[in-house]
Design a protein around this ligand. Structure first.
Ligand code: ADP
Ligand code: MG
Length: 888
């Protein structure tokens, strides 16, 4: 316990898993907490006054327990026995070999294979902020300097598993991180301020990369982010206590060439998960991700959350997709081959952290065996332009650039250098087909790999033969037919003779153990043999361990090459996935250019068209920043407004990712940012979402959008009263029209907004066509020019099964409003000029201005009531009175 206390003192913030034989034990408060979180029994060590609370888990199933503690936001210090119990003199030496935190996982089974698991370091100074994020399980390491007000969006984009912050900023950073994660908890780990100190950081980084400075990585002029990077590396050194050989470079993240999609927009467009359920199913990635490797899925997620904004970059990717769309055979072959490449990226990282087990090494060997076939397939894909465009492709010419195609580049990266070829052969020759995970128990290597190992193993194997012969000889010598040789842990090998034959025991038998019906003996010859066999086994296991460590070290020397190949495979996976989706669903290749025009024919919503049971109705789009730049889309509830405006944003995003798009043809002037906002009452996802949030997001758009941006506003202004809502929506539209000039889609059920087109030249009205049919309406889902002047809300209410009585009553009220010419349609012009203040009051009066006398009486009675002075009985009587009055 002294040893325990000493070690625990160094790890006050972690649960200490203390290895005792086959168990990891926890004591005191740790034990109580773990027993509560894991539902394991709380016992105690020692009795009486000295009793110490204790809880333990078996070492072989420790991973599942660790996984659960990490989910609960805990950190774990793993304290191992540092020497074999037999070899120890006195107390076994113990020490912490690793600290496991949410942001420092490398275990494949604890990680989500489709996502990065970032450890993020954050430093704020005045209006500037520096970020560094690192995925230990792949070695990806990036930094970014931004302004403080961009921080929430970046934090939300990265969704780090753990955030490192300087101690002195812990509180402010914690709330920042919290809000960026939408209230979801995230581990925030404060570090001493000096870890973020610039000189210190620089020293740490250059030491790690073994360079004089960071210019070679393009990070020479990095600001606060450099300090953050240093802190992250420092933290890894402290917690991992291993090599970090797979962290081979650090890259500045540059947003200038990217299409920035902020957090709220990404959520509204349901790129990676749906708003309602937070699940992948129903999101854009759910449709687009046909990747067959985890690294492909991760890369595709990167591509869709950070699309490109330079035409040349986009076309470069597109060319790869085009080639694979045309060549169905290559696509199939590619996916079949890629399936065998495993998660090479994370496997390489495990090697780098010195944690790869025999199965990991075998998986690397098997992955490497797929590289040559992949390279062959890539090389064979025809990249020539066909004579005439094929079906499913836009007929617009494709801009060409003097630059090798993406497939040629990838093929180049795949060229196995001779050394990797040798490594592959070596691994496959060495490691057995289904090796065990532990590295000290033997069974890892194939026969014929190492002569010494083979020799040791054959002693053990031949031993069996020897034992059989020995048994036969002894039976003959003693004349005891039931004599047999056995083995147990305590006595080793023995000869067992039943008591019936007691008399025939030869004199050289040495008695070892007496059983009920038998005696057990040994002979010097048997003991001799035993020593030989046991030491051979022991020596074979030791030899295997040495060989394995050696092999792993050899693999570690190729980490940068493995990473390069993993990236190339991921790239092929993504291109093939995009091509497979494009081919199967009949997407077209969008034409990208630097204009400000977006023109789409027969566009479809990529997700909705997959889940809808009835036919999806395609629609056209034309919006131009230098012409009709604000489209107001009106129509009744459920007509298809939201679908249409999101579809536009999704198609633009897909196009700029390099993907084909669901449309007959599309021409897209690239956008620099996409803003998508859903009005407060439409945003079902978060309870916290209020009108206030909606307005601050609107403010953010108005402040940050440019003439090259795309803005989608779906029912904004809906979280407040009609008059407020229409007025705000109107003013926002005016501002975007006059000051921002961005291409904007305004979906609204306020048909009053159609009047905007009368006063602003760049505004054009569209509506979702609806046909009145008898007493009801039929949604045609077609977007046509012009504005609606009706909401059809009552029809929708009827369709939804609102009681007939309510529907009829609503119709009467509507008729009255209309006949009194107090339609809200007068509103917008009024809001725009903000003069005729009397009008809203007049409207309210018309609805509520003829109060019923009975209602008045009830109100009056209520005003007079003094609840404090009433008995319960009197209160009930009063209530009955009120009700009677109303009944009249
Ligand atoms: P709104 O925003 O006008 O209230 P939505 O865009 O939410 O309407 O659409 C309501 C429903 O109409 C969708 O869930 C979908 O089932 C259907 N819908 C919308 N657009 C189409 C379309 N183009 N083709 C077929 N069905 C559609
Ligand atoms: Mg809607």
């Amino acid at each position: 316990m002294e040893q325990y206390d000493r070690i625990k003192k160094e790890h006050p913030n972690e649960l200490l898993f203390f290895r005792l034989g086959d168990f990891f034990e926890m004591f005191n408060e740790d034990a109580k907490e773990a027993s509560r979180l894991l539902g394991i029994t709380l016992t105690s060590r020692f009795k009486g006054d000295r009793a110490v609370p204790m809880a333990g888990v078996p070492h072989h199933s420790v991973r599942t327990y660790i996984a659960r503690l990490l989910k609960a936001g805990k950190r774990i210090a793993v304290c191992e026995q540092l020497e074999e119990a037999e070899e120890a003199e006195g107390l076994v030496d113990r020490g912490v070999v690793r600290i496991i935190t949410p942001g420092t996982l490398t275990e494949l089974d604890l990680l989500d294979e489709k996502n990065y698991n970032y450890l993020l370091a954050l430093l704020v100074d005045g209006q500037n902020a520096g970020l560094a994020w690192l995925d230990l399980s792949t070695g990806k390491f990036e930094i970014e300097d931004i302004s403080k007000n961009e921080l929430t969006d970046e934090l939300a984009r990265l969704q780090a598993a753990e955030c490192l912050v300087p101690e002195s900023q812990a509180d402010s950073c914690r709330s920042l991180v919290q809000s960026a994660r939408g209230g979801a908890s995230s581990a925030v780990t404060p570090l001493p301020d000096w870890t973020f100190e610039r000189n210190n950081a620089l020293k740490r980084l250059t030491q790690h990369f073994n360079t004089a400075n960071l210019d070679g990585f393009g990070c020479g002029d990095a600001g606060l982010s450099l300090s953050a990077a240093g802190a992250a590396l420092e933290y890894l050194h402290d917690t991992q206590k291993t090599e970090l050989a797979h962290i081979t470079c650090i890259t500045p993240f540059r947003r200038a060439n990217l299409l920035v999609v902020d957090r709220t927009s990404a959520a509204a467009l349901e790129i990676a998960e749906t708003m309602r359920t937070g699940q992948r199913e129903g999101s854009l990635l759910w449709v687009l991700d046909r990747c067959v490797t985890p690294m492909g899925s991760r890369l595709l997620r990167d591509w869709t959350t950070c699309p490109l904004s330079k035409v040349e970059d986009i076309v470069y990717r597109q060319n790869g997709v085009v080639a694979l769309v045309r060549d169905g055979g290559a696509r199939a072959a590619m996916q079949k081959t890629l399936k065998g490449t495993n998660d090479l990226e994370r496997l390489a990282a495990k090697v780098g952290a010195g944690r790869a087990n025999p199965r990991d090494i075998l998986a690397i060997g098997q992955s490497l065996a797929r590289i040559q076939p992949l390279s062959d397939i890539t090389g064979r894909i025809r990249t020539k332009e066909p004579e005439k465009p094929e079906t499913g492709e836009a007929e617009t010419p494709v801009p060409r650039f003097h630059r090798s195609t993406i497939l040629a580049d990838v093929a180049g990266q795949l060229e196995l250098c001779g050394e990797l070829e040798r490594l592959k052969t070596n691994i496959l020759k060495a490691v057995a087909d289904a090796p065990p995970i532990p590295i000290k128990e033997g069974g890892i290597f194939r026969e014929g790999y190492d002569a010494e190992l083979d020799g040791l193993r054959s002693i053990g194997r031949d031993g069996k033969k020897w034992l059989a012969t020995f048994q036969a000889d002894e039976i003959k010598r003693t004349g005891i037919p039931s004599l047999k040789i056995g083995y147990n842990q305590v006595f080793g090998y023995y000869i067992e003779v039943t008591n019936v034959h007691g008399e025939k025991i030869p004199s050289d038998y040495i008695r070892k153990q007496t059983l009920k019906n038998a005696e057990r003996y040994v002979t010097p010859q048997l003991k001799d043999y035993e020593t030989q066999v046991l030491t051979a086994d022991e020596r074979a296991r030791k030899k295997e361990y040495e060989l394995f460590v050696h092999l792993r070290e050899e693999v570690a020397r190729y980490i940068p090459a493995l990473q390069k190949i993993a990236h190339a495979a991921a790239m092929l996976d993504v291109l093939t996935s995009l091509a497979a989706v494009a081919a199967e669903y009949g997407y077209c290749r969008p034409e990208l250019n630097d204009s400000t025009l977006i023109e789409i024919h027969d566009g479809r919503h990529p997700v909705l068209e997959r889940v809808l049971t009835e036919r999806f109705v395609p629609n056209d789009v034309r919006v131009d920043a230098s012409g009709d730049r604000i489209l107001v889309i009106t129509g009744p509830n459920m007509a298809g407004k939201s679908t249409y405006v999101r579809q536009v944003a999704l198609l633009v995003l897909m196009a700029q990712t390099g993907s084909f798009v669901p449309a007959r043809s599309a021409r897209i002037g690239v956008v620099d940012r996409i803003f998508a906002r859903v009005g407060a009452s439409d945003e079902i996802m978060r309870g916290s979402s209020t009108f206030m949030v909606e307005m601050s997001e609107t403010a953010n758009i108005l402040n940050n959008a440019t003439a090259r941006s795309l803005i989608i506003l779906d029912e904004i202004g809906r979280g407040t009263s009609t008059f407020d809502g229409v007025s705000i929506a109107w003013a926002v539209a005016e501002y975007i029209h006059d000051r921002v000039g961005a291409r904007t889609f305004f979906a609204t059920h306020y048909h009053e907004l159609t009047d905007l087109a009368r006063v602003l030249p760049g505004v054009k009205n569209y509506q979702v066509a609806v046909r009145e049919w008898g007493d009801g309406v039929v949604f045609l889902r077609k977007i046509v020019e012009g504005g609606t002047d009706k909401s059809y809300g009552i029809h929708v209410a009827r369709l939804a099964g609102v009681p007939r009585e309510v529907v009829e009553s609503a119709k009467e009220i509507l008729a009255r409003l209309e006949s009194e010419k107090l339609d809200v349609a007068d509103m917008p012009l009024m809001a725009s000029t903000a003069k005729k203040k009397s009008s809203p009051a007049a409207l309210q009066k018309s609805l509520f201005g003829h109060p019923l006398p009975e209602a008045e009486a009830v109100c009056e009675a209520l005003r007079k009531v003094e609840p404090d002075k009433l008995t319960p009985l009197e209160a009930l009587a009063r209530l009955a009175d009120l009700k009677n009055t109303l009944k009249k």
